[in-house]
Design a protein around this ligand. Sequence first.
Ligand SMILES: *Cc1c(COP(=O)(O)O)cnc(C)c1O
Length: 647
Amino acid sequence: MKGVFVAGTDTDVGKTVVSAFLCHALGQQTEVTYFKPVQAGYPTDTDHVTDVCEQRLRIKPSTYSLRQPMSPNRAAALEQKDLRLAEILKDWDERDETIHVVEGAGGLLVPLNKQDKIIDLIQGMELPCLLVASTRLGTINHTLLSIEALNEKSIPCLGIVLNGATDPGLKELLEEQSGVPVVLELPTFDSVNADSFDGFLSKSEGARALVEQLCPKWKHGDQTAEDLEAFDKEYVWHPFTQHGIVKNHPVVTKGKDSYLYLGNHKVLDAISSWWVNLFGHCHPGLSRAVQDQAHQLEHVIYAGFSHEPGTLLAKRLVELARARGANLDKAFYSDNGSTSVEVALKLAYQFHQQNGDKHKTRFLAFRGSYHGDTLGAMSVGERRGFNEIFSPLLFEVDTVDPFDDEALQLYFEKHGDQCAAVILEPMVQGASGMRMYGAEVLDRLATLADRSRSLIICDEVFTGFYRTGKMFAFEHSRLKPDLLCLSKGLTGGYLPLAVTLVGQRLFDVFNNSDMRQAFLHGHSYTANPIACRVALASLDLIETSQTERAVQNIEQWTRECLGDLEQACEVYNVRTLGTIGAFEVNSDDPHYFKGDFSFRFHRKALEQGVLLRPLGGTIYTVPPYCMTKTELQKTYQVIHQIIKEEF
Ligand SMILES: *Cc1c(COP(=O)(O)O)cnc(C)c1O
C-alpha cells in the first residue's frame, strides 16, 4: 500500500488542510484515496476534503464515525462503542493501488481504546508519517515529543509540516533538534480551495518536492509543459491546423467549470471547446457517471448485443424528440457528427431504393452548410474554401441558397420528384460563420419537401440541446425532421458519441427477413456504454429548470454584451440566437485563408484569458451553460480590447 499518514502534534493543527492539499495536488496526476479511519464530530473532515478536491479523489468511508467532537475513545464510550484496531486494519485494503492519504485523529498518543493509540494505528498501517505542527506557542515541545515517539516505534517520518503564520527561525530550530526536515511551510490560506492550493503549489518548490516524493511519476504541470510542447511539435498533427502558421500548442492541464487551465494561466472557454461542452469542464456529476460506468462495462460490440445505457439513452432521446412533435422512433448510434450525417444520407437513400422510389436519388443541401469532414458529409457541405480540393471525389448534390425562396420553390418544381432528402442545419449554419436564417425558410421547406415526399434531415449536431434557446432548433419552425442528427453536446462534451434518430416508417422498410435490405452500417465503438451513460447524466442536467434558466440568462447577457460592443466600436451584422452571439469586424472580407486574422485574434484573446476561435472574419461566442454574467462580460471586454488594438 502506498501513501502517507497525516498525523498531528496535537488536535487542531491543520491535518485536514494538509490532507486536502495533498489529495488535491496528487489528484492532478494520479488516483488518490482519502481515508479518515476514526472520525469524531460533524461536519466530518472527509466532507471538508471532498469540498476542496473533486477530481480523481476516492473516499474510503471512516471505519468509525462518532458523533461527539472529542477524543475518540471518549466519544466512542458515549455511544457504547468499542474502537478496535483490528477492525480498522481490516478495512485497509491491501490490493488497492491508488495513493492513500490517511488522516489521524488528534495527536500521536491519543488513545483509541485501553491498549491502542493513534501511533499504533500508524504502525499497523505501515505507512510513513507526515507530522503536522502549527506555528503557535508550545509547538517546539509538542513536535519534539512526537518525533521521539515515532522514533521509538521505528515509524519513518517523511518530515514536519509547519502550518500557519511564518515564525522565523522555527524551521531551523526544529530540524536541528529533531534531525527531521521541515518539508513544508503551509501559509494560512485566505480561503481553502483548489485555486489557493494551485497557487501555493506553483510557488513552493518544497510542496512540489513533497508531492513528488509521494508519487515519483508526479510532475508539476509547469515543469513539463515545455517538454510536452516539444513532443507535441515532434509527434502530433492537429486538426484544422496549418502547422506552418501555428507553431506551438499550449498544453491544457485541467478544466473546471467555464475555465481551462494552461498551467497556471486560466482561460475562459467561450466556445464550449468547439461547441461540445454544455455544463462546464469536469462537472462532478458527469465525471462520476464516466467513472461508474467504466467500472461496470466499458464497451461491447453493439451488433447482436445491447446494454442498459444504450437502450435507456435511445428511449430518452426518442421521448425528447416526440415531446417536441417529431415523429422519431428509433435511434441509430455512431460516434461523431460526420458519421451521424453519413448514416442519415445512407438511410435516406436506401429507404427510397427499397420503398419503390428508385428514382429518388438526389440530395438537396443549403449553400454555406457544414455537415462534417468525411467524404459523404463533405459532399452535402459547402465546397468553396477548405473542401474545394476534394471536389472531384464528392458525389453530386443540388444546392440552393437558404435566403433564396424562389430558387427553393423552383428546385422542388423541377427536381422534387427525384429528391431523396434535403439536409440542413436548422436556423443557423454554424461552421460557415454562424449564418442565421429565419424560421420561415424552414416552414416553406417543410411544405415543399412534404409535397414531393423528400425526407428532411436536420443536422442538429451543433444546434441540439438548447444552443439556439430551444432543445432542438427545428422547434423554432413548423418543420419536423424525418431524420435528426445529434452529436457534439450529446455527452455534455465528455466523449464522442452520435445518434441519428428516424421514424418507424423508415425503419419498417428495412425490417424484413432479407439481409440485403438491412442497414449494413456500423462503427466499432457504436453506442459506447461509457459515452451513453454520460449522455444520460447530461440529459438529467439538461432537463432541469436550472438549465432552462441558465440558457435564458446567457441569451439575455449575450444580447446586452453585444449591444454594448456595438455602441463602443465598429462591428457588423450583430446577431444572436439562443446562446449564440456573432458579428463581423469587416463586412466582406472572410480572411480565412490568410489564417492570419482569425489566428491572431485567437492568440491575443488567449493571452488575455479567453478562448475564442473566429470563423474567418466572424467572431462568435457559444459559452457553456455554467458561464456567469461576469465571465461573459469579461469575454466581451477582451473582444472589445482586441478590436480596439487591431482596427
Ligand atoms: C461539427 C458539426 C458536424 C461534424 O461533427 P464532427 O463530430 O466534428 O464530425 C456536422 N454537422 C454540424 C452542423 C456540425 O456543426
